[in-house]
Design a protein around this ligand. Structure first.
Ligand code: SF4
Length: 227
């Protein structure tokens, strides 16, 4: 079946994940192991247990994130693919210093965006846990969008939780008895690399604890997007 952006907006998250996996055989999920990604992963696994789960392994994640990733990967027998940059953290810091302090855009490009766009090449559908409520930069998010990779390849990007609020995400985890990343218990609401993540400074903006307020996006969700 074909799936249009208009149809996608009308479907529930569960129905949309199912329809998309039927429409696109080569699907993957990007997963930072935050609550939203785990919800989408749980839904997708019902239909495709071997779905490739792409984790952007920047080398800068919290120890708790790595431990939770490994625990869930073992418990759910995940087809986990760790996307790593060409340079290790030690090599990058020896060559350029702590880019997350001096030039976070470049750091994100080297450790997130470039590994991601290369990692997405084999797929025609990219599942995400993005939500409109997460940030002003995501308020216009559509459930089904098309992105163009630097190679020119076009890929469908699906955000089935686009219209969910935080309470609904958390309730899904509880109803399905899915363990959460323990950092949430410390008050974190948006969790990325440790040097660039702090507790939110603005309760109305969960991503206000990212990059010390210097930026809101790392670039993996803002490269070439068509409606
Ligand atoms: S979030 Fe911070 S540490 Fe992670 S890749 Fe971006 S700048 Fe570097």
């Amino acid at each position: 079946m074909s799936l249009t952006p208009e149809t996608a907006e009308r479907l529930s998250a569960e129905a949309l994940v199912r329809a998309a996996l039927e429409a696109y055989p080569a699907a993957c999920l990007t997963c930072s192991f935050q609550a939203e990604d785990v919800v989408v992963l749980h839904m997708a696994r019902q239909h495709r247990p071997d779905l490739p789960v792409l984790f952007l392994d920047t080398g800068y994640h919290f120890p708790e994130t790595y431990a939770y990733r490994d625990r869930l990967a073992a418990a759910w027998n995940l087809n986990l693919i760790n996307l790593t940059p060409p340079l290790s953290v030690a090599e990058q810091e020896a060559r350029f210093g702590q880019l997350y302090r001096t030039d976070p855009d470049r750091c994100c490009r080297l450790r997130k965006v470039e590994p991601l766009v290369a990692g997405l090449e084999p797929y025609d559908l990219w599942l995400t846990g993005l939500r409109r409520e997460q940030s002003p930069t995501r308020a216009g998010l559509k459930k089904l969008e098309t992105h163009t990779l630097p190679s020119g390849k076009r890929i469908a990007k699906l955000s089935p939780l686009a219209d969910w609020d935080w309470k609904t995400v958390w309730a899904y985890l509880e109803v399905h008895e899915i363990p959460h990343l323990p950092l949430y218990d410390q008050g974190y609401r948006s969790i990325g690399c440790a040097p660039c993540t702090s507790l939110p400074t603005d309760p109305t903006n969960p991503r206000s604890g990212r990059w010390g307020g210097r930026k809101l996006e790392c670039g993996i969700h803002t490269f070439d997007r068509e409606g």
